[in-house]
Design a binder for this molecule. Sequence first.
Ligand code: PGA
Length: 253
Amino acid sequence: MARRRRLIYGNFKMQLGIAATRAWLADVLPVLEPAVGVEAVVFPSFVCLALAKAAVGGAPLGLGAQDVSPHGEGAYTGDVSASMLREAGCSHVLVAHSERRRYHGEDDELARRKLRAALASGLRPVYCVGESLEQYDRGEAAAVVAGQVRTGLEGFTPEEVGRVVVAYEPVWAIGTGRSARPEHAARAAQWIRDEVATMYMREVAKEMPVLYGGSVSPSNVGAYLTQPGVDGVLAGGASQAPETYLGLLEAAR
Ligand code: PGA
């Protein structure tokens, strides 16, 4: 059986501005080798997308945005539409990252509208789910994750859902240095697939890429990538320095 593609995604958050993104690209692009079976995508700030696109050219590095408007176009000051992201060179977009949920009150209903907008424009959305520390401690992780999947992914066609990537990112592991045990990530990937199989078809659930995110580093990434059902990682901190992002890619090879 052919090995599944490994996805190494990097979330720059609000941590790399224009100069820092330029410097990152100048370091990474010359040494980036096309790797069979590895998909590298980074998610810079909105203001860096156009310059990143110009710098990347034909290099094997995809670009995504960190958020998208649920609206197609119109008087929505501050929003950025999916078609604008396409125009800026994005192929991917993060939806409902836990920092959007936490600091901007985004919920699963809004996530669904953003997923719809992204899919309608041909973007590949990365839908972020994951339980809080309190929910984890109360033993509610499986129910929380299944609920986020159920509400966020409701009402699409199997073909549409087939274009979604789900990132399991337990809130307690993001930016804390406390990464989830790899077996926990594998269990969560299974919860996600079970829910998708119930909602759509088993085949859709099987094919759907599921990522783990939360304090991923070059030293622990291998343990996630070898878990059954984990197709890759969404890294924040470790993606923001060129050497560590290249370390993640190296591990994926
Ligand atoms: P982290 O962030 O790798 O810095 O924990 C992950 C994320 O927010 O996607």
